[in-house]
Design a protein around this ligand. Structure first.
Ligand code: ARG
Length: 344
């Protein structure tokens, strides 16, 4: 059952051919430039529906949670991100889910964590109050393509669900494995001004892609770092999308399900060569362990020189369709860059 979800508060807006991190800049661009929608439409025939997924079986993933805002509406309308229970009272999510359009952290009193909500219409879903949030200190809410996009939520009471294991293995060892991503994010982004969202949690298989493939000239052009992970298909068609952010990417190794990523962003959704970008969970084991002990680190994360990281990935933001757009479009983009407002 698919419906449109009204945008509200920290919630999503039009997606378009843009980083699905969703900044106002690119939603403006997609509204004034129908070319974005045309580009998406041109491969609509092989687009599958998180995009390309299927509804999950009831309770197959008890540790998945929905982040819900406090507007006066039902759970379906209030879900704005995903997350995963990694210890009794701890939820892992994406940092960008916890900021408003102006780059200010949202108030703890304005959102909750819903468990038992794989079907958002389930009256038995429970919402739990969040008492603390810990956002990675290097996360910059004003950066166009997020880095260090990871955060922990401490719950007021025990979630009552079995936590998911967290992988501590270096992600190079995971390349080629079929990972699964789950979420309540858009199932159809063919019309960027009216995304369709599911009531039921969706899942899709997305293979983990090597860093050099993801950083290739036809893909993200060197803008992806070792604290990130890419997953998806060169041909596109299957991907996480708007609303899936914060949710888990996980693998099953020798029968043990373990989380390897957190949905972070992507250029559009399910576009050829533009894989989904996830925060690399094993990279952050040390950071997570400071708050709640989840695993023994199995490798030393490669330090990232923050100064060498360009704040706007000019290269990745200008694929041919943008380059060929009218200069009005370019002006709108520039205006957007200056506004630098975003929603998660
Ligand atoms: N930023 C999106 C969100 O807020 C998630 C986008 C993931 N995009 C992708 N192409 N995999 O829900």
């Amino acid at each position: 059952m698919f419906q449109q979800r009204p945008s509200s508060g920290v919630k999503r807006a039009a997606d378009g051919l843009a980083y699905t991190r969703l900044c106002a800049l690119l939603s403006i661009a997609s509204l004034v430039r129908p070319a974005s929608a045309d580009t998406l439409g041109s491969f609509a025939s092989d687009r599958h529906f998180v995009i390309g997924g299927v509804p999950t079986e009831q309770n197959a993933y008890p540790w998945v949670v929905a982040l819900t805002n406090d507007i006066d509406a039902n759970l379906f309308q209030r879900q704005f991100c995903g997350g995963s229970v990694i210890a009794d009272r701890w939820v892992l999510t994406a940092a960008h889910c916890l900021f408003d359009r102006s780059g200010k952290p949202i108030e703890l009193s304005t959102f909750k964590v819903a468990v038992n909500a794989s079907d958002l219409s389930n009256p038995d879903a429970t919402e739990i109050v969040v008492t603390n949030m810990y956002i990675h200190p290097n996360y910059d809410p004003l950066r166009e393509n997020p880095m260090f996009d990871i955060a922990l939520l401490e719950l007021a009471n025990d979630s009552g669900v079995e936590p998911i294991r967290v992988s501590a293995k270096s992600s190079d060892k995971l390349v080629g494995l079929d990972a699964k991503v789950i979420g309540w994010g858009a199932v159809d982004n063919a019309d960027p001004t009216s995304l369709k969202f599911p009531v039921e949690l969706h899942e899709a298989l997305v293979p983990i892609v090597a860093m050099d493939v993801c950083n290739a000239p036809e893909s993200y052009q060197g803008t992806i770092y070792p604290n990130q992970l890419c997953a998806g298909y060169a041909e596109g068609g299957i991907d996480s999308c708007t609303g899936d952010s914060g949710g888990p990417l996980f693998v099953n190794i020798d029968g043990v399900v373990q989380q390897v990523g957190v949905v972070s962003y992507g250029y559009g959704c399910a576009l050829p060569n533009y894989y989904g970008i996830y925060s690399d969970v094993p990279y952050y084991i040390g950071w997570i362990n400071q708050y709640v002990q989840v695993a023994e680190p199995e490798f030393e994360p490669e330090p990232i020189d923050l100064k060498s990281v360009a704040s706007i990935p000019v290269a990745a933001a200008t694929p041919s369709d943008l380059a060929s757009s009218s200069w009005m479009g370019v002006l709108v983009l520039l205006a957007g860059v200056m506004l630098r407002r975003r929603i998660g």
